[in-house]
Design a protein around this ligand. Structure first.
Ligand SMILES: *Cc1c(COP(=O)(O)O)cnc(C)c1O
Length: 399
């Protein structure tokens, strides 16, 4: 069934620039020095497509992958990825057998969790590697320092668990004032001193790698920086390269007489006879509805303002001033076209949010097209049959 199904097609896709990803990895690695890299690919690799991103980063030499949930680890294992996967999030004790079977590295943050894993591993005759999460001030998840030491000692007595790593996560590493981060680091190092039999320690997210590379210890956990952005508030001048572009093709051009309104709620009224383009991308695809009547897209190298409310599946743009625009033209929703750029950061700014939310919000309906050296290397879609169609979307000369 799936093989014969030819999607009629919705011309919307995300282009993932693997050369930019490789560049960002090298840029970060120049700072992390000898530390291992656990590339953070949670949330579908921040919206970039977890499997394609993971495969490529492993080819490029990252040491491990880091996700949040058991399901995310399962997705990578099902895709045939055999590399070490750190599951950083809290997982319920009933996930323990699955985590053991997936041969991933779960995070321990409670005695109960440790026991469940020890039991599941013992039943399968395995020794399960784990990392212990210390909460040094994010106050979200992990063990407070004194309990962490006690649990590490308890795990040492469990034959089916091997405590391989210790980690913590910073609350505000991106802020100019580093006092709190340094405090957190001190608490963490104090815990480590009391658990000297574990020698894999990690604390560094992107902000730490950039601002305090000396804290990278034996492993770093970059996420956002790999995808070409810095956490909000950090000087954006650093030379990272955005990896993702979100693109579509104009599906329809509508002549709107002066005085008419477009889209739900009639929030935009044509002040002159207007030409409005229909773009097959809506809030269900990750285009924040807050951009209604605020953001813009790029058509033929020019800005085309978003007019009226963004719908679930579609958005309208004013192209009256771009008279040569035609159905089928490429529309850039995030990325560059000619001299113009719509950055995910600017979208975040307009929506009063952070670039993490914009990127990770790009929805599952959007095919991810991985491009390397101008060639399509892989396509990730939620329906395999869609791959063939997605290939036809890429501009000639790139496919
Ligand atoms: C998401 C996450 C990271 C990566 O953070 P970035 O700011 O994207 O680099 C690192 N560690 C943990 C525990 C995380 O949850």
């Amino acid at each position: 069934m799936a093989e014969t199904f030819t999607p009629s097609g919705r011309p919307l896709w995300a282009e993932i620039d693997l050369d930019a990803l490789a560049y960002n990895l090298r840029f970060l690695k120049a700072r992390t020095g000898k530390a291992q890299i656990a590339a953070v690919v949670k949330a579908n690799a921040y919206g970039h497509g977890a499997v394609g991103i993971s495969r490529f980063l492993l080819e490029e030499g990252v040491d491990a992958l880091a996700v949040v949930s058991t399901e995310e680890a399962l997705q990578l294992r099902r895709a045939g990825i055999t590399a070490p996967i750190l599951v950083m999030g809290p997982t319920p004790p009933q996930d323990a057998p699955h985590l053991v079977e997936l041969e991933v590295i779960p995070t321990i943050a409670s005695y109960e969790g440790a026991l469940a894993l020890a039991e599941a591993a013992a039943q399968r005759g395995k020794v399960q590697p784990v990392h212990l999460k210390v909460d040094t001030g994010l106050n979200r998840f992990g063990l407070p320092p004194n309990e962490a030491v006690a649990l590490a000692q308890a795990i040492r007595q469990m034959a089916s668990l091997r405590l391989e790593g210790l980690f913590t996560h910073f609350a505000s590493a991106e802020e100019g004032d580093k006092d709190y981060t340094i405090d957190q680091f001190r608490h963490f190092m104090n815990v480590c001193l009391q658990i000297p039999w574990v020698n894999l320690r990690h604390v560094a997210n992107t902000a730490t790698i950039i601002d305090m590379p000396e804290l990278c210890l034996e492993m770093a956990r970059p996420g956002l920086g790999l995808y070409g952005y810095l956490p909000p508030g950090m000087a954006a001048s650093l030379d990272l390269r955005p990896v993702l572009s979100l693109k579509a093709r104009l599906m329809r051009i509508i002549d709107v007489p002066a005085g008419q309104t477009v889209s739900y709620g009639r929030t935009w009224q044509a002040q002159r006879p207007s030409r409005v383009g229909l773009v097959p991308c809506g809030y269900a695809d990750g285009l924040p509805r807050a951009l209604s009547n605020r953001g813009w897209m790029l058509v033929r190298g020019q800005r085309a303002p978003i007019v009226g409310r963004i719908c679930m599946d579609m958005t309208l743009i004013d192209i009256t001033h771009i008279p040569h625009a035609q159905v089928g033209d490429e529309v850039v929703i995030i990325g560059r076209q000619g001299e113009e750029e719509v950055s995910a950061e600017h979208i975040a700014f307009l929506c009063d949010t952070i670039v993490y939310e914009v990127l990770s919000g790009i929805g599952p309906r959007v095919p991810r097209v991985f491009i390397k050296g101008g060639q399509v290397k892989a396509i990730e879609t939620f329906a395999p049959a869609f791959q063939q169609y997605a290939t036809t979307l890429i501009p000639r000369g790139r496919s």
